[in-house]
Design a binder for this molecule. Structure first.
Ligand SMILES: *Cc1c(COP(=O)(O)O)cnc(C)c1O
Length: 383
């Protein structure tokens, strides 16, 4: 089976992880801050907080922004569950903004209308989570301007977008947001097996996220609330978790990051080839936006005829050895979110997109020959 996504591990990755195994620190050693500095430098952020997943990064981002019960977070239905669940961890309400069918990202017009309506009812969200779907940057300039106008904080879920560029700079520089979150799951652009990171330009947000990452433990005597009895003293002033990344993972992340531009370059090449090879088939292909360079985490096509159905095409391709996938089942249609009150029809453009979407194999090591096979089997499956 040719999978839809796959990590690329080379000897430098293996040597880096083995070197940590021979060292004094398997966790809380020098590799984690080195990885944080490398990602912050690459993305153009002042601060980076490494954690054990993007899910944890989204959670500590919401905690740092003081999202709590009686607050609201808005994201899109076409995303992974974690973009919405982070609000629920904090006891906050979730709502969704429908997508723009062209980019599959949060629709800025729908967002503006929804913010205006919410403002009239005094029900504005505290946090907005746009998702760079498939690695294609959202219209952050307009989203950022709307967020400032309505006093809303922005956390970019950039799990797909490590290495993507928006208007000339890397996603991650927080130019139009408070915090940017990356994922290092093996199907994403660069991997640490499990892992994530929260980036920000704001020292105070970074401090709060570091506290939440490690049990809420304060070690700076200047900040103690009680006079310390000795040098061993740490204080817990707020509730925290253990969301730490290990040094093994950070070492892997460092060598992976060395290849991020090569990873994205090959993905872009594969996307261009898919565009050429699929032209003429009854499919909607991903679109490009001037000024954006997608990281091409996903290459999603949409069927634009009723027959064969998506389900038929999906099964035929799987039978043909192509590990296609579907990204994503709209989050509001999951039983957990239906129980909160969401229902089919709430976000029609997300639901229409979902009905026809199929993700084709897209990863660094996919060969031209394998890609040709994907195209052949897709062509046959559409008959
Ligand atoms: C993968 C992903 C996440 C979660 O990432 P983990 O590192 O697996 O926790 C969150 N949001 C989106 C959009 C993702 O694709």
């Amino acid at each position: 089976m040719i999978p839809y996504g796959h990590q690329h591990i080379d000897q430098t990755d293996i040597d880096a992880v083995v070197a940590v195994l021979h060292s004094d620190f398997l966790t809380q050693g020098p590799a984690v801050p080195a990885f944080e500095n490398a990602v912050a430098g690459y993305a153009g952020a002042a601060h980076a907080v490494a954690v054990n997943s993007a899910t944890s990064a989204l959670h500590i981002a919401c905690l740092a922004l003081a999202l709590g019960p009686s607050d609201r977070l808005w994201t899109v239905p076409i995303t992974f569950l974690a973009s919405a669940n982070c609000a629920r961890y904090c006891g906050a309400e979730v709502d969704f903004v429908d997508i723009d069918p062209r980019t599959r990202n949060m629709c800025v017009v729908a967002l503006e209308e929804k913010l205006e309506a919410a403002s009239r009812k005094n029900r504005l969200p505290k946090v907005l989570v746009p998702v760079h779907f498939g690695g294609e940057p959202c219209d952050m300039e307009r989203i950022g301007a709307l967020a400032r106008r309505f006093g809303v904080k922005v956390v970019e879920d950039a799990s797909h977008a490590v290495g993507a560029r928006y208007r000339g700079t890397h996603i991650g520089d927080c130019r139009h947001s408070d915090i940017v979150v990356f994922s290092f799951h093996p199907v994403k652009i660069v991997t640490t097996a499990e892992g994530g990171m929260a980036l920000t330009q704001d020292a105070e947000l970074a401090r709060l996220m570091r506290l939440a990452r490690s049990h809420g433990m304060e070690r700076d005597p200047v900040r103690f609330m009680q006079p310390p009895e000795g040098e061993w003293v740490y204080e817990m002033q707020s509730l925290g978790w253990n969301y730490r990344l290990t040094d093994l993972q950070a070492a892997l992340g460092l060598t992976q990051l060395d290849r991020v531009d090569a990873f994205v370059r090959r993905r872009r090449e594969l996307a261009d080839r898919y565009d050429r090879l699929l032209r003429g088939l009854p499919l909607l292909l991903p679109t490009r936006t001037d000024g954006n360079d997608s990281a091409w985490h996903l290459y999603v096509v949409e069927l634009d005829k009723a027959r064969p159905t998506r389900s038929e095409v999906y099964s035929r391709m799987r039978e043909g050895g192509i590990g296609v996938a579907v990204h994503y089942i709209p989050v509001h249609l999951q039983p957990y979110y239906r129980a909160i009150g969401f229902k089919p029809g709430d976000f029609p453009r997300s639901e229409a997109y979902y009905a026809g979407a199929i993700s084709l194999p897209m990863f660094f090591a996919l060969t031209d020959v394998q890609q040709g096979k994907v195209v052949q089997i897709l062509t046959d499956s559409l008959q």
